[in-house]
Ligand binder design. Structure first.
Ligand code: UGA
Length: 455
């Protein structure tokens, strides 16, 4: 099937590469010539596991192409995905001007009947606006446009895996024809009919649920899903604070709670709060959407407030342990908002770095992928080439992002370079007992009293 993708950010690039991988003929278009130039040179503007291989292979065999020309993207496509940015406006609402622009250009340049599918995270009722915009700006009266919503549920750092092995595919449509096109498009994934580039011996033993809804419901499913997950994390963080005060251990508590199938263990990891380009933005946007529809979503406002407090709590913990922060050297392990990505948007580590710098501390940090972006965002932060240098001369080290490589560091070496062996594990990702035995003062999040340190 001929597919076009407008916008080559995380969502667009992953969508284009994965649809090419399962056999479709894909054109990815972006207005930004620098981005397209990078892609044409065989490089990626972002770090995402497996994506570089997919892009290289499918470009080589001609199933994936890149362009800055909307005419090329709009020509002959059976499906056009809109994957452009929907950045937050100062009031929290999504700025949909790029969605409108993409729609207008498609209306002007499409050469055949086409299904326009929104994949960017957009407020409910955007589909109706897309439909109206197409009707107003279309140049060829003979062409019929269908509109669909196909929300994206992939996680950064896991995007290729999530796209090819999704929990569900949701399509919001208003015509049987739109449903048929999307069923055909996703059939290889739903039925597991593709050579999995991630797991060589991948066996699909169940069909992926393919949920067909109306457009407004599909749009709401996306915001409701992200907000629910954000709420789950905020809940775990609140329980962690109670654990800390009551001498209980959050890891044991969430294990017990998560064993209830109705609740589940996922997204109950307490820590320094959620970040990224999705949860913080989508939560605020959902509050606004509700407000516009006459509902005060106080529950989600509270989730947002609780999450913002998490970063400050780290500063408080450090102050409690170190007394004076001014003049102290503090190391940060991990700067990206989560592991396996170079994305620093709303990264808790950077808010913590800024706050510590404001307090007069010297802050040095290490991240396997996000160092350059972090440096640009927080110029006062000293970037280190490895975790040991980030701990050198430090009175405390804070683990901000649970990159897998941090679990197997040589902690004796790390400790040897520190002025004081204080380790604040902001993700509860390290082995408290082993670190305590090595002589670290270990502070977790909601971990209750630490075991006695070795003599
Ligand atoms: C999130 C959703 O999980 C995806 O389903 C969705 O498609 C995506 O947003 C989107 O809207 O595009 P993402 O932001 O990439 O994905 O990453 P997550 O793995 O969900 O993590 C988000 C934040 O929550 C991270 O900062 C992470 O550290 C934090 N988190 C996650 C916790 O603090 N605790 C947890 O238990 C889980």
């Amino acid at each position: 099937m001929h597919v076009s993708v407008i916008g080559t950010g995380y969502v667009g690039l992953v969508t284009g590469a994965c649809l090419a991988e399962v056999g479709h003929d894909v054109v990815c278009m972006d207005d930004n010539p620098a981005k397209i130039e990078v892609l044409l040179q065989g490089r990626l503007p972002i770090y995402e596991p497996y994506l570089a291989d997919l892009v290289a292979r499918n470009t080589r065999i001609g199933r994936l192409r890149f362009t800055t020309e909307v005419t090329e993207a709009a020509r002959d496509a059976a499906v056009i995905f809109i994957c452009v940015n929907t950045p937050p406006r100062p009031d929290g609402e999504a700025d949909l001007s790029y969605v409108e622009l993409a729609t207008r250009r498609i209306a002007e340049h499409a050469t055949r009947d086409t299904l326009i599918t929104e994949k960017s995270t957009v407020p409910v009722q955007t589909g109706q606006w897309i439909q109206k915009t197409l009707a107003i700006y279309t140049k060829r009266p003979g062409i019929t446009f269908d509109v669909a919503s196909n929300p994206e549920f992939t996680r950064e750092g896991m995007a290729v895996e999530d796209f090819l092995h999704p929990d569900r595919i949701v399509v919001g449509v208003s015509s049987p024809r739109a449903e048929a096109v999307l069923r055909a498009l996703y059939a290889p994934i739903v039925e597991g009919r593709f050579a999995c580039p991630i797991h060589p011996d991948c066996r699909v033993d169940r069909a992926v649920p393919f949920l067909v809804t109306d457009i407004a419901s599909a749009e709401l499913i996306k915001h409701a899903s992200n907000s629910f997950l954000a709420m789950k994390i905020a809940f775990a963080n609140a329980v962690a604070d109670v654990c800390e005060a009551a001498g209980a251990d959050i890891l044991q508590v969430v294990k017990g709670v998560g064993l209830d199938k109705r609740i589940g263990r996922a997204f109950l990891n307490a820590g320094i709060g959620f970040g990224g380009s999705c949860f913080p933005k989508d939560l605020k946007a959902f509050v606004k959407i509700a407000e516009r529809n006459g509902y005060d979503f106080a529950l989600l406002k509270e989730v947002d407030r609780l999450n913002a407090q998490r970063r400050e709590r780290v500063v408080e913990k450090l102050r409690h342990a170190l007394w004076i922060l001014k003049g102290k050297r503090i190391g940060l392990l991990g700067l990206a908002f989560k592991p396996n990505t170079d994305d620093i948007r709303e990264a808790p580590a950077l808010t913590i770095a800024r706050r510590l710098l404001e307090e007069g501390a010297a802050v040095q940090g290490y991240d396997p992928q996000a160092a350059a972006k972090a440096q640009e965002a927080v110029p006062g932060l000293t970037i280190c080439p490895d975790p040991y240098t980030a701990a050198e001369g430090a009175e405390a080290v804070v683990l901000c992002t649970e990159w897998p490589e941090f679990a197997s560091l040589d902690f004796a070496r790390l400790k040897a370079g520190m002025v004081r062996p204080l380790l604040l594990d902001g993700r509860n990702a390290l082995d408290r007992e082993a670190l305590t035995a090595l002589g670290f003062e270990y502070l977790g999040i909601g971990r209750g009293p630490a075991p006695r340190s070795a003599p």
